[in-house]
Design a protein around this ligand. Sequence first.
Ligand code: SF4
Ligand code: SF4
Length: 110
Amino acid sequence: MTGIPDLLARRAAEQKRIRMMLDSMRAEEEANIKGGEDAVAWVKQELCIGCDQCTIVCDDEAIELYDTPLASPIMEVEVNRKAKILRDECTGCKLCVLGCPTDAIIMIDR
Ligand code: SF4
Ligand code: SF4
């Protein structure tokens, strides 16, 4: 019969295998994101939750947050913010794409 130590060991091995697979997929995904001087970041407004992560990772001060009315009239919130890219400042480094938790930022041709 399988004991608890065996199950824990199998679980740890499986966690490691899944982590390696996800890391590999992420690395491939990152490598395929276009970047550089011919690209510029773009925010999909409907996915942006105004969390401010992108402005933290952007070293070029190319992202601003602005207030916008909430789409739903039945909810009242004090702040509803969205990010926007300052195209001239953006260097195409892709850091914001990797830092956004909701995949709201994509890279497009400049
Ligand atoms: S990190 Fe993504 S979700 Fe957060 S403010 Fe920037 S674009 Fe919006
Ligand atoms: S691609 Fe780089 S420079 Fe452009 S907005 Fe994102 S983090 Fe800033």
